[in-house]
Design a protein around this ligand. Structure first.
Ligand code: NAD
Length: 381
């Protein structure tokens, strides 16, 4: 019988739900050394916390995260609340000797993230950041193909994350659901919110980025703030695009916006190597597009591989070949990998330190855009 791993989750919004589902489902589909127990959910509103706890099967709830962190009943603190809460909670949790899982971006800026890395490393607690797209089976397969050298030398990395939900000038900023538009809470705009994912995946697949040249724009300069009721300047980047040079010599373009009418969450990447190319699209997440120049000439072309077979990453744990899985499974995979590594006395990636590398790229992007020149990406301290 697997030992219990007592979980306390903070935040019962979008990510509170994906994480709760991940903790519940992981032991049903994966053979794990620990069994996650949903001990407590934390939300500031007691009614909301109570009904969330009842719906997802939590044993109890708190309205103050400090109580959750101090609770001897909890082994692992999972941070699924907005970015301005991450640093304080993660540091307190580490100091209390709890394992910490934290949503992305790790901090609102690299300084916050550095303090969080220091806290978990000096307390020697297991830690992980929810860059969940690494665990889409097709993306994991892309990593395996690259690591096996199938693409050969890599020349190009091209990636976008496009949305369209902030185009209306009437949309307010701040507060529940709209904290992403408030720079004090979010840290940055689409660079830290959307491009953080593209950057994490890119660093994982293609190695470190050395320098960037970026431009950002805030299309709507002022919006009513939900908490003050006043029209206030918008200080987040609405759109962000940058060129990058990877350490391996390849060139990249990254673009994210919330002003691409018609796109809800178009996250794509394409990688071009000497021998082969791969492409992936979140809207068709169970497919990996693959082109291999070494194929027989007359039959050479892009293959659209349906990543649903038993020899594809994670897929033998699921249904039968040919049947696809979806977005929520990336969180289930992340829980399964974390707990498997825990059983082996190891860390599962991305750790806080891995996620700090993404924050250094974000920092360079924002600096480059502000100064209108190329910026070097800080190397790990
Ligand atoms: N991995 C991903 O793909 C992904 C997707 C969405 C969001 N995120 C990240 O997850 C985090 C949460 O985003 P979301 O979309 O779930 O936001 P959300 O607005 O849907 O939910 C946030 C929740 O946190 C609660 N909260 C805020 N402050 C709190 C506090 N002090 N104590 C307890 N609860 C508090 C809110 O009431 C709300 O329930 C952010 O860091 C975001 O960047 C990651």
């Amino acid at each position: 019988m697997a030992k219990p791993l007592n979980i306390g989750v903070i935040g019962c919004g979008f990510m509170g739900r994906t994480h709760s589902n991940g903790f519940l489902q992981a032991p049903k589909f994966f053979d794990l050394p620990y069994r996650p127990v949903l001990k407590k959910i934390c939300a500031r509103n007691a009614d909301r916390a109570k009904s969330f706890a009842a719906n997802w099967g939590y044993e109890g709830f708190e309205t103050d995260w400090r109580k959750l962190v101090a609770s001897p009943e909890v082994d692992l603190i999972d941070i699924a609340s907005p970015n301005d809460t991450h640093r304080e909670i993660a540091i307190a949790a580490a100091q209390a000797g709890k394992m910490v899982m934290c949503e992305k971006p790790l901090g609102r800026n690299a300084e916050e993230s550095e303090a969080m890395v220091k806290a978990v490393e000096s307390a020697r607690v297991r830690n992980m950041v929810w860059y969940n797209y690494r665990r889409v089976p097709a993306v994991t397969l892309a990593k395996q193909l690259i690591d096996a050298g199938r693409l050969g030398r890599i020349f190009h990395y091209r990636t976008v994350f496009l949305q369209d939900w902030t185009i209306s000038a009437d949309l307010p900023q701040g507060g529940e659901g709209l904290w992403r538009l408030d720079a004090d809470v979010a840290g940055s705009g689409v660079t830290g919110d959307l491009l953080a994912h593209n950057i994490d995946t890119a660093l994982w697949l293609n190695g470190p980025i050395e320098e960037v040249s970026a431009m950002t724009e805030t299309f709507i300069k002022a919006r009513k703030h939900n908490l003050t009721g006043k029209e206030q300047p918008v200080r987040i980047d609405d759109a962000s695009a940058f060129l990058a040079r990877f350490r391996n010599g390849s060139l990249a373009t990254f673009e994210a916006t919330r002003y691409a009418r018609g796109h809800k969450a178009l996250y794509t990447f394409e990688i071009n190597g000497e021998n082969a190319s791969i492409a992936w699209d979140l809207h068709d997440l169970h497919r990996l597009e693959y082109f291999d120049h070494r194929d027989e000439g007359r039959l050479r072309g892009w293959r659209s591989v349906h990543i649903t077979d038993g020899d594809h990453p994670y897929m033998k744990q699921w249904w039968v070949p040919g049947l696809q899985i979806g977005y929520e499974h990336t969180f289930i995979h992340q829980v399964a990998d974390f707990i498997t590594a825990l059983g082996e006395g190891k860390d599962a990636a991305p750790t806080f330190r891995d996620a700090l590398a993404t924050d250094y790229v974000i920092e360079a992007v924002l600096k480059s855009a502000a100064n209108r020149n190329w910026a070097k990406v800080r190397e790990e301290a």
